[in-house]
Design a protein. Structure first.
Ligand SMILES: [Zn+2]
Length: 376
């Protein structure tokens, strides 16, 4: 046992000595952290954890409006993103940790955008000040591994890293920033994120994903893994357990990916990318959701049918990361009004139906008050 611990310690020492000796970002599998256990307690969430239950919220795609291509319609009225999240802020803030997928880059300078003039030009560049709306809404940790983080090329990726660092977010997902670690309310968190896109941690390289997760597991209490994977749209609501290709791109086998990272020590897997809600799964007492849909996507996103509903997923785990229960808050988006609560509860009902269809072998119980438990 002691030998194992010494090995562990030397492995950690090796990793961090590599970091400090490496002066430049490398586009390889080198494990590097952009932050090491900096405490980022917010006043609203500053009480230390006195009980054994930790609540962690996850949401899907966030794009609060884009300044490229230039159009007054692509930004919220008065350039103000705050109203978009107003109705759900009280939910987002009521957790030990809140996560979302940052679907785009932050930049006030769009000169490096690959030129495109037609209506089919989907590049997402949020004004830098829009990151403050996520701070105000209680977000602690963000994924930047997705198909829009390259929308302004390497300038956009670097500027997004700069903005998120300046604003105090924990984030990961680029090959230059593959993971992050931080401490909040006495809990040590490890976080990493994957996608099939250039410049990101690649979702199809499961060997690398496992290596990162194993390392995070050795130095963290709770390890959270995010992926942006699977095919997109209402034809692709099911988890196929196979490799999914979309627009000619390998978008990963999200079932295999999620199970493999849990084998390596992940405690929660938050999936997104298909723009629709998908099933949940519980594997080795760890929670997975395969897609959390469009959470807050201002204009330029198809919000019809299943694309217009999404869950806020509040996962309760113990200090080992074992799943206790989850609560789903169903939200909806329509007519560019931001994220609103859905009185019809459609995201919860969708998750319930899809989980029963995709994983009939699992015993997962859905309660009348929108909670999810592992069945006996
Ligand atoms: Zn995407």
């Amino acid at each position: 046992m002691l030998k194992l611990q010494i090995l562990h310690i030397s492995f950690i020492f090796f990793i961090f000595s590599c970091q400090s000796s490496s002066g430049q970002m490398e586009n390889d599998n080198t494990l590097k952290s952009n932050k090491t256990y900096t405490d980022k307690s917010q006043t609203e969430k500053s009480e230390s954890n006195t009980n054994d239950t930790i609540s962690i919220i996850g949401v899907g795609d966030i794009m609060l409006g884009t300044n490229y291509p230039k159009s007054p319609n692509y930004l919220p009225p008065n350039n103000n993103c705050k109203p978009l999240l107003e109705e759900v802020i009280h939910i987002l803030k009521d957790a030990d940790l809140t996560f979302g997928n940052n679907e785009g880059v932050y930049s006030d300078n769009t000169s490096t955008a690959k030129s495109c003039s037609s209506d089919n030009c989907y590049r997402f560049s949020m004004p830098e000040k829009f990151a403050d709306c996520l701070t105000e809404a209680g977000f602690d940790v963000l994924s930047i591994a997705n198909n829009h983080v390259g929308d302004l090329g390497s300038y956009g990726r670097n500027n997004t890293v700069k903005v998120l660092t300046e604003k105090g977010f924990n984030f990961a997902g680029l090959s230059t920033h593959p993971y992050t670690t931080f401490e909040k309310n006495g809990i040590k968190y490890g976080f990493t994120a994957f996608a099939p896109n250039e410049g990101t941690n690649i979702i199809t390289d499961i060997k690398n994903a496992k290596k990162i997760v194993e390392m995070l597991d050795s130095i963290s209490d709770i390890v959270i893994v995010s992926f942006h994977g699977g095919a997109e749209g209402n034809k692709y609501q099911h988890v196929t357990k196979e490799v999914e290709t979309f627009l000619g791109q390998n978008r990963g086998n999200v079932y295999k990916f999620a199970h493999e990272v849990i084998e390596s020590g992940a405690d929660i897997v938050f999936g997104h990318g298909p723009h629709v809600t998908r099933a949940v799964d519980i594997y080795k007492d760890r929670f997975i959701i395969y897609s959390m849909g469009n959470f807050c996507t201002y204009r330029r996103f198809n919000l019809s049918g299943p694309n217009g509903i999404a869950p806020i997923v509040k996962v309760f785990v113990n200090k080992k990361g074992e799943f206790l229960k989850a609560k789903i808050f169903s939200v909806q988006q329509y007519e560019h009004k931001g994220t609103l609560l859905d009185s019809q509860n459609r995201a919860f009902e969708k998750i319930k139906t899809l989980t029963k269809e995709d994983f009939p072998e699992l015993s997962i119980y859905f309660s009348d008050n929108n909670e999810i438990f592992k069945g006996k």
